[in-house]
Design a protein around this ligand. Structure first.
Ligand code: DLL
Length: 434
């Protein structure tokens, strides 16, 4: 029997959800046009007026927004409320230039927390649970986002933030923590640290589930985490522009539910900008339907995913998206072949002798691009025989070649020599760009 946070909304018939979205979209376009000089100018330049939006399909008349708009209007030029109505700021550092600042009214914070309370409930969490939040607290949205969602649910929160890993493990054990939220790479580091200090997460803790996201990861890594820690691993997704972490898989573990009363999802062809049929991969475009401080109209998130249209076993009617398979801007082109880091992770995690840490290094030697993957071996697979090591290298490069159609050099490196991460990890070094 599934538990719902708000059954009326979560199981609302699709037709009614659509009507609700239509009403909210109509209000939203008036709201942003009246309150934000940025949006008014953008609409005017695009030749569209709020009155032109009468149905959901009319959304295609609206212009897109992108991260660069937030940078161009830094720090708060896209906001729709004055400072007096703001409750909080967060910011994301980004790789270049100024950070992107996002802001929230009290209602925005409440809605955000509600999204996560629904999501946590959807995997069976309740008031008896204790959630260790090991996402960073501070400007990053992960820590405080998960924290407020957990409190809204009425579960207990352990706000460890990231870092100080041995201490985290001690508290996990002593306080009977049942759930954890952190990046998958940080959880791998926790598993490794636990092993080092002689602690067995599977046997010695009450941990049942983890919410892993904020960075790309794969089904294969999920399976590893589930096996090694004896827990259920759920994908958690969101971006700071949308608010922060907002959506997770439900207990059916077949896609991430996007709360349709709060967000409108489009999946578009990256080249043509047209909607792709359900099930086909495209880029995620989000319109926020309830945000007050920083509403987004057709925001191009740059994440690649698919819409899943079959009804979900959990009974929720809200649309689902598949795991993010990459970003349209993290594709690496090597000798003309498109490679996504996730493809490499999928191949590596299926090979039991390969450990959980790897690094992709792309370079240009003379006129030719080259790709090397450094991997640490699984502790149990170590051999001091050169021939075993050579055989493993051949096995890995053969598996990569068959998926990528590209010759990849494989380098086995010493256990512990690749960087570990407490937050978002970096898996690619592209020396061509340095
Ligand atoms: O990472 C918010 C978040 C915090 C999500 C904690 C989940 C958990 P940003 O720092 O703005 O916000 O980064 C957003 O991270 O566009 C994706 O490229 C990536 N990302 C986030 N979650 C996932 C995920 C937070 N589950 C960017 N799978 C997004 C793959 C993810 N990529």
């Amino acid at each position: 029997m599934p538990e719902y946070w708000d059954p009326e909304i979560e199981t609302m018939p699709a037709e009614d959800l659509k009507k609700l979205q239509e009403e909210k979209l109509k209000q939203l376009v008036h709201y942003v046009y009246e309150r934000s000089p940025f949006y008014r100018k953008r609409f005017d330049e695009h030749g569209v007026k709020p009155e032109d939006i009468q149905t959901l399909e009319d959304i295609r008349k609206l212009p897109f927004t992108v991260k660069q708009d937030l940078r161009d209007t830094y720090p708060i030029g896209m906001f729709c409320v004055p400072n007096s109505q703001l409750t909080r700021f967060h910011a994301s550092s980004g790789t270049t230039g100024k950070p992107t600042v996002v802001g929230y009214t009290q209602q925005d914070i409440d809605e955000w927390a509600e999204s996560l309370a629904r999501a946590f409930t959807s995997v069976g969490m309740g008031k008896d649970d204790i959630l260790q939040v090991s996402y960073g607290y501070g400007l990053f949205t992960g820590g405080l986002g998960a924290h407020y969602g957990c409190e809204k649910l009425g579960a207990t929160v352990l706000p460890t933030s990231s870092g100080n890993t041995e201490r985290q493990l001690e508290l996990m054990m002593d306080l009977d923590v049942t759930a954890i939220a952190c990046t998958p790479s940080y959880f791998l580091y926790m598993i490794e640290t636990a092993r080092k200090i002689g602690m067995n997460i599977k046997e010695e803790t009450k941990l049942k589930r983890g919410f892993f996201g904020a960075e790309p990861w794969t089904e294969e890594l999920k399976k590893r985490i589930e096996d090694e820690a004896g827990i259920k691993a759920y994908d958690i997704y969101g971006t700071s522009e949308m608010s922060g972490p907002l959506f997770t898989e439900c207990s059916a573990q077949s896609g991430i539910h996007i709360w349709a009363d709060k967000f409108l999802v489009e999946i578009l062809d990256t080249e043509t900008g047209e909607t792709v049929p359900d099930g086909e991969r495209g880029e995620l475009v989000i319109t926020t339907l309830t945000k007050e401080a920083l509403p987004l109209i057709r925001y191009k998130v740059k994440d690649l995913t698919r819409k899943l249209s079959e009804p979900c076993a959990c009974g929720r009617t809200h649309p689902r998206i598949a795991r993010i398979s990459g970003r349209s801007d993290d594709m690496i082109i090597v000798r003309g072949i498109n490679v996504f880091p996730g493809q490499i992770e999928s191949v590596l995690m299926k090979i039991p002798e390969v450990g959980s840490h790897f690094m992709i290094i792309v370079d240009r030697i003379g006129p030719l691009d080259s790709m090397k993957v450094q991997i640490e071996m699984h502790g149990s697979a170590f051999s001091d025989k050169m021939s075993d090591m050579m055989a493993l290298k051949r096995k890995v490069s053969g598996a990569l070649k068959s998926v990528l159609n590209l010759a990849v050099e494989v380098e086995l490196v010493e256990h512990g020599s690749l960087p570990r991460s407490e937050g978002k990890s970096k898996k690619v070094i592209d020396k061509r760009k340095i």
